[in-house]
Ligand binder design. Structure first.
Ligand code: PLP
Length: 396
């Protein structure tokens, strides 16, 4: 099978994914035919309410949760904001304290939210360190816990380097201390188990566009009994936890995408992992002075990330783009900023090395031919860029 370079080789599934045509199909009726407002009492409204409830049940099934524990939101970022601010304010109001524990490798949706709580709202926070693979040590969580700790929020899997955190263990520790535990599972959604009971989590964020659903659709799982203030007030939608007319079409799309992802998941993961391992092995073999970033085995099945010494990440991306390959350097959200990735910095990479980061994240549509094409093109690109770099001294 030849590669369609007009379409391009898409290797940035951690940034977003194409919507599965079956998801589009499932959403269509809810714009024109079944367009009712779920809060309206006549038939058209009741039909929308029923569709929304069915959707909630389908999602709860995958999370092993109760449907009432699912809150529909507008994106993963909103879910993180609602979880963190919602629990922090509710806990403080009950006199529980004002200390939050998080990690130093979180997505900005978590990191900046915690920082704002500290800077503007009088909370205190501990940003846990990570090891060279980006992994949080559960022992560090135990050491950071204080009598006034009101929330622990640690991501499930990292969006830049793919490292999977020991969240089951961290959740067990949080529970032993009676502290609510939130995990940003946006990058894990569609790849790893989302069984909230096995994972020991109290709150969990997901975003549909990371698993072949629409952009602008997310959810927050909140375990019964966990105190949560709404961050968006208005109507009584979502059991008074998130006001605003529900986006039925997108909720249906998200549920459909989630079900598709968790049907035959092992098979998909096996295939994607084989391609990923071919890519990683090829890059390390063919390109000198390259290091895999993130954990070698405890990593997302689709994630290959590297630091390439003596090269600028942006320069690699532009050259790859010219050859029809879409990749990223760290996270999509920070690609416009020139500061090195806070994730790689926390993992101990000096800024000049962190600037050479390259993230290739695979998806279910990628083929072996595409990976081989990348393995042909990338070494050329890097040696050309290095030839122009004053820093590069090839081994004699
Ligand atoms: C993409 C991402 C988010 C943000 O989700 P949006 O739906 O794009 O707002 C949050 N956390 C992680 C780990 C992500 O990868």
């Amino acid at each position: 099978m030849a590669i369609d370079l007009d379409k391009g080789v898409y290797l940035d599934h951690a940034a977003t994914t194409p919507v599965d045509p079956r998801v589009v199909e499932a959403m269509l009726p809810f714009w024109t035919g079944r367009y009712g407002n779920p809060s309206s009492i006549y038939r058209l409204g009741r039909d929308a309410a029923k569709a929304l409830n069915d959707t909630r049940e389908r999602i709860a099934g995958i999370l092993q949760a109760d449907p009432s524990e699912i809150i529909f939101t507008s994106c993963g970022t909103e879910s993180d904001n609602l979880a963190i601010r919602g629990v922090a304010f509710a806990q403080r109001a009950r006199g529980k304290g004002n200390h939050i524990i998080t990690s130093s490798v979180e997505h900005h949706a978590v990191g900046h939210t915690v920082e704002q709580l500290v800077k503007r709202f009088g909370f205190e926070a501990t940003f846990l360190p990570v090891d060279h693979y980006g992994m949080v040590d559960p022992e560090e969580v135990i050491r950071a816990i204080r009598p006034d700790t009101v929330l622990i929020t640690i991501m499930y899997a990292n969006n830049e380097v793919g490292t999977i955190q020991p969240i089951t263990e961290i959740g067990r520790i949080a529970r032993e201390h009676g502290i609510p535990f939130h995990t940003d599972a946006v990058q894990a959604g569609g790849a790893l188990s989302l069984d909230v009971n096995a994972l020991n989590v109290d709150l969990l964020s997901l975003s549909a566009h990371k698993f072949y659903g629409p952009k602008g659709a997310g959810l927050l799982y909140v375990r019964k009994g966990i105190p949560l203030w709404p961050m968006q007030t208005g109507g009584s939608q979502e059991r008074n936890r998130r006001a605003g007319t529900e986006n039925v079409a997108f909720a249906v799309g998200m549920a459909t995408a989630l079900e598709l992802a968790y049907t035959g998941l092992e098979e998909t993961n096996r295939r994607v992992m084989a391609l990923r391992d071919r890519l990683i092995a090829g890059v390390l073999e063919r390109i000198p002075a390259v290091e895999l970033t993130g954990h070698p085995t405890q990593r997302l099945p689709n994630s290959a990330s590297f630091v390439v010494k003596y090269v600028e990440g942006e320069a690699m991306l532009l050259s790859l783009d010219m050859r029809g390959i879409f990749a990223s350097s760290g996270s999509a959200c920070t690609s416009m900023s020139l500061s090195p990735s806070h994730v790689l910095t926390a993992m101990g990479f000096p800024p000049e090395i962190a600037h050479g980061s390259l993230r290739l994240t695979l998806g279910k549509g990628n083929t072996e031919e595409e990976i081989d094409y990348v393995l042909d093109v990338l070494p050329e690109i890097i040696s050309r860029l290095r030839a122009m770099s004053p820093l590069y001294q090839p081994a004699a």
